[in-house]
Ligand binder design. Structure first.
Ligand SMILES: Cc1cc2nc3c(=O)[nH]c(=O)nc-3n(C[C@H](O)[C@H](O)[C@H](O)COP(=O)(O)OP(=O)(O)OC[C@H]3O[C@@H](n4cnc5c(N)ncnc54)[C@H](O)[C@@H]3O)c2cc1C
Length: 392
C-alpha cells in the first residue's frame, strides 16, 4: 500500500494550500480530488483577494489583519495572478453608512494593513465622478476610493496545486474518497480512480472538501461527530462589459446588503447573494430570485444596464459558503477558518470549515502546526511565504 505522511482530500484552494505547505515542510503528500482543481467554491467566489472591509463592522480585526498580510504576500509572489484594483464606495442620501463611518473604517483598514502599498484611500472630487463607468449620480454626495486585489480564483488554485506538485506532492485526479479508517498509527483511505478501488496509508488525513466537509466526515470510521454548519449560497452574474474603471462596493437598494460590481475578463460581474442551501453541494444553481435581485441592483447603480434583460446575462454561477450554524444573518457569522480534529493531541484527521480564498496560505500554516505532533520529523525544503506562484 502506498505510504504518505499527509493525505489531503479536496483540491480547492484550501486543499491545494495544505498540500503545498506539507510538501514544503518535506512531507510525502497525496491529494485526492473527485473532479478537477477548483471544481467547488474555489472557482465560484467573488475573486477578491482582500482584507474584507466589511468584517470591521463585526469586529473581526484579526481576520482583516491576517488577510491584508496575505494580500501583500500574494501581490509579491503571484503578480500575474493577483493585482491591485481601485475600489469605489459611492454614498447616497439613502445609504445606510455615513461618510465618517467609511472614513473611520478605511483608516482602520489602512492601519491593519500596516500602511503598506495599496492601503491609501481618498474621497473623490465631484469633477471625477463622470469617469466612474456611468455610475448613477442622483442623490450621490461622496465617493471613496481605496485599493484591494482581484484574482482568477480557479487559476490561483491551480497555481498553488502546481507549486505543491513541484515540491513533490502526488495528485490523484479524478479520484473520489470513499472510506477512511482511523487506527493507532494513522489512517487508511480507500478511493476510486478510473473505476478501480485503491488504498493508501497516511499519518494524517486532511478533509479539505469545502461544502462537502460533512459528507466526507461521514465516510470516516470510527464515526465522527458532525459539526453544525449551514451552507449559504452566493450567486454571481456576468453581463456584457460596461464597467472597466474599477470595482464598485454598493448597497443593495432592496435590503442594504453589500454587493460588488466589477470588471471581469472584459465583461461585468456582479455578486453576491446569501441564500441558505440544504441540497447536495453538486447541485447548487443560481435561483431566479437571486438573478433578479442582482440585476435590479446593477440597473439601480448603472443606468446603462436599464435596457438589459435576463437574456443578456452571459453566465451565472453560484458557490457555497460553509458557516457555523446559527439563526443570525449570514453576514454576522464569523468568517474565520475553523478546524475539527478527531483527537486534540496528535490528530489523525483534521477537517477545515469555512474561511476565505485570501487566507489559504495562513490557514495551511495553521493546519501544519496542528498536525505537527502526528508527523515524522522531516527537513523543510521551502518556505511558503516566499514561493513564487505562476500562471500556467
Ligand atoms: C459566493 C462566494 C464568494 C466568495 N468570495 C470570496 C472572495 O472574493 N474572496 C475570498 O477571499 N473568499 C471568498 N469566498 C470564500 C472562498 O471562496 C472559499 O472559502 C474557498 O473557495 C473554499 O475553498 P475550499 O478549498 O475549502 O472548498 P472548495 O473549493 O469547494 O473545494 C473542495 C474540493 O473538495 C472536492 N471533494 C469533495 N468531496 C470529495 C471526495 N469525496 N473526494 C475527493 N474530492 C472531493 C471537491 O471536488 C472540491 O474541489 C467566497 C465564497 C463564496 C461562496
Amino acid at each position: 500500500m502506498a505510504e504518505f505522511d499527509v493525505i489531503v482530500v479536496g483540491a480547492g484552494i484550501q486543499g491545494a494550500g495544505v498540500a503545498q505547505a506539507a510538501a514544503a515542510a518535506g512531507h510525502r503528500v497525496l491529494v485526492l480530488e473527485q473532479q478537477h482543481p477548483a471544481y467547488g467554491t474555489s472557482s465560484r467566489s467573488s475573486k477578491l483577494i482582500h482584507g474584507g472591509l466589511r468584517y470591521l463592522e463585526t469586529g473581526q480585526f484579526h481576520l482583516v489583519r491576517e488577510s491584508l498580510h496575505e494580500r501583500t504576500l500574494m501581490l509579491q509572489n503571484a503578480p500575474e495572478l493577483v493585482t491591485l484594483k481601485p475600489f469605489y464606495i459611492p454614498l447616497y442620501r439613502q445609504t445606510r453608512r455615513q461618510p465618517w463611518q467609511i472614513r473611520t473604517g478605511l483608516s482602520l483598514y489602512a492601519m491593519l494593513g500596516g500602511f503598506q502599498k495599496g492601503c491609501s484611500f481618498s474621497s473623490l472630487s465631484r469633477s471625477k465622478w463622470s469617469q466612474l463607468d456611468g455610475l448613477n449620480t442622483q442623490d450621490l454626495h461622496d465617493v471613496f476610493r481605496y485599493y484591494d486585489a482581484q484574482t482568477d480564483d480557479a487559476l490561483l488554485t491551480q497555481a498553488v496545486l502546481r507549486s505543491a506538485i513541484q515540491l513533490g506532492a502526488t495528485v490523484a485526479m479524478p479520484a473520489r474518497l470513499e472510506h477512511a479508517n482511523l487506527h493507532s498509527t494513522g489512517v487508511e483511505v480507500t478511493y476510486i480512480q478510473n473505476g478501480s478501488s485503491r488504498t493508501a496509508h497516511g499519518r494524517v488525513l486532511i478533509n479539505a472538501t469545502g461544502p462537502w466537509v460533512n459528507h466526507t466526515l461521514q465516510c470516516v470510521a470510527p464515526t465522527q461527530p458532525l459539526p453544525s454548519i449551514d451552507l449559504v449560497q452566493g450567486t454571481h452574474l456576468i453581463l456584457p462589459g460596461e464597467i472597466t474603471h474599477g470595482i464598485y462596493y454598493v448597497e443593495s437598494p432592496r435590503d442594504g446588503r453589500a454587493i460588488f460590481v466589477m470588471p471581469w475578463q472584459g465583461q461585468t460581474m456582479i455578486g453576491t447573494t446569501e441564500t441558505r442551501y440544504c441540497g447536495n453541494p453538486d447541485d447548487t444553481r443560481p435561483l431566479n430570485t437571486e438573478i433578479n435581485y442582482l440585476l435590479q441592483t446593477l440597473k439601480h447603480y448603472f443606468p446603462a444596464y436599464e435596457k438589459y434583460t435576463l437574456n443578456d446575462i452571459t453566465r451565472s454561477f453560484s458557490g457555497l459558503r460553509v458557516l457555523p450554524a446559527g439563526s443570525e444573518h449570514a453576514f454576522r457569522r464569523p468568517r474565520e477558518t475553523l478546524f475539527a480534529v478527531d483527537q486534540e493531541h496528535s490528530p489523525r484527521l483534521l477537517s477545515i470549515f469555512g474561511g476565505k480564498l485570501t487566507g489559504w496560505r495562513a490557514t495551511a500554516e495553521k493546519v501544519m502546526q496542528r498536525i505537527d505532533p502526528s508527523l515524522p520529523t522531516r527537513r523543510a525544503v521551502a518556505d511558503t511565504r516566499h514561493l513564487r506562484l505562476w500562471p500556467e
